[in-house]
Design a protein around this ligand. Structure first.
Ligand code: ZN
Length: 426
């Protein structure tokens, strides 16, 4: 299998199975219900893990929870609640909403607040190696000491110097590893530099290395994290001589068109709302339809299309099983092994009338539910039998009346070459 790597800007081959493949994907900052866009790296990470395991790899997937960050403190002040209480509540929402995607959980979901000793030690090593300096209770990473800075993101100097400007910085490109406690911050941890809390970027370097070691195969996250977050993670880890990630897998962002969004989804489109309005199957098919590394439009029209595609897949199981020709699974498999091309894999799936193959493929994406044939209840089946009997004696008036009764009950009778079948109306 090969994947596009943002650092080398080319395709990189994974080691042969069984690997191991170690994956770290940046998770959400927990201070409110997560945005639908945050579902993409989660879904992608779970799917890549599923697919690699399906093809014989040993995989460890770490997805962190950023529960200490400027955004958490700011929102807590806004709501007048303790920051710990806010982040605990938002963490529970995160679990609830991502559970409802029906994909299971990542192998490890570390929280930044549970990783403070490792973070402090990481910072200490950077200070000891003169890659970082202490200033008035803060600790800053010295960008000048890392000549490769900017290689991952291609960020320009103007972008680098506009991030959190401070008089304490020796160079405006430098970034905070440790931030001293501010008056509005109600939670802080002890450190050799005084009470405070970690910067966002060092959290991820420490959490990734704690569970995966100083070198691992895949680092994922939204494309908006390339700079400064991932550039800074790489600088921190590489400065200690750690190889860090071999492949940087940045997913394209969801582009929301507010004008094409129904009111039911609201102004801030949360994952919760999308699940409530469209259901998990439509959302997963939506994610399948777009190439992971490219930006993708999100609005009512595309969700309508995704929903129709989910119905088409579901309909296959209401029809007759037709064995797919030899080599069909390989076409599907080749698409995924070639940069995890889910749109191409989905196109192959749409060709199939082979129940067994389609069920297996849907299983990779947490969509086996589409293969669960809806069984009509006995009273509906009895109505259908009566309608069939009426048609056989050419009593079309009665047949039409019974058809209306079936529709009333939420079912439709479809003619098949060898009889009829009942399809649930949605
Ligand atoms: Zn991160």
């Amino acid at each position: 299998m090969r994947l596009y790597d943002s650092l080398t800007r080319g395709l990189v081959e994974l080691p042969p199975s069984p690997g191991p493949i170690r994956i770290y994907v940046c998770g959400s900052t927990v201070y409110q219900r997560i945005h639908v866009g945050n579902s993409r790296p989660f879904v992608l990470g779970m799917w890549v893990r599923n697919w690699l395991r399906h093809t014989g790899y040993e995989v460890t997937f770490v997805h962190n929870i950023t529960d200490v960050d400027d955004k958490v403190y700011a929102e807590a002040v806004e709501q007048g609640v303790p920051s710990r209480q806010l982040s605990e509540r938002a963490t529970a929402w995160f679990f609830e909403d991502t559970n409802d995607l029906g994909l299971g959980r990542p192998d490890l979901e570390p929280r930044a607040t549970e990783t403070i000793p490792e973070i402090v030690q990481f910072i200490q090593e950077l200070v000891d190696g003169e890659k970082a300096y202490v200033a008035n209770g803060d600790v800053y990473f010295s960008v000048a000491r890392f000549p490769e800075y900017g290689r991952l993101s291609g960020a320009r100097l103007e972008e680098m110097i506009s991030q959190e400007t401070s008089d304490l910085k020796q160079d405006q490109r430098d970034f905070a590893l440790w931030k001293s406690q501010k008056p509005h911050e109600d939670a802080a941890w002890d450190s050799p530099w005084g009470p405070g809390r970690p910067g966002w970027h060092i959290e991820c370097s420490a959490m990734a290395e704690k569970f995966l070691g100083p070198e691992f195969e895949i680092h994922g996250g939204g494309n908006d994290l390339r700079f400064p977050h991932h550039e800074n993670e790489l600088a921190q880890s590489a400065s200690l001589g750690h190889a860090f990630a071999k492949i940087w897998m940045h997913n394209g962002m969801l582009e929301l068109d507010q004008a094409k969004m129904s009111k039911s989804l609201g102004n801030v489109v949360t994952l919760r709302n999308v699940l409530d309005v469209w259901g998990r199957e439509s959302l997963l098919v939506f994610h399948l339809s777009g190439a992971w590394s490219k930006p993708v439009d999100f609005d009512d029209d595309v969700m309508q299309q995704a929903s129709a595609r989910a119905d088409r897949l579901r309909d296959v199981f209401r029809g007759i099983h037709q064995p797919a020709p030899a080599g069909s699974w390989e076409r599907f498999s080749d698409a995924l092994d070639d940069d995890f091309n889910t749109p191409a894999a989905l196109a192959v799936m749409h060709e199939w009338r082979d129940h067994e193959l389609l069920r297996r493929a849907l299983g990779v994406f947490g969509l086996k539910s589409l293969a669960e044939n809806d069984e009509a209840p006995p009273e509906v089946a009895a109505l259908a039998q009566r309608r069939q009997a009426a048609r056989e004696v050419r009593d079309f008036e009665e047949a039409d009346r019974l058809r209306a009764e079936l529709v009333e009950a939420g079912w439709e009778m479809r003619d098949e070459t060898n009889g009829h079948r009942l399809v649930r109306l949605r």
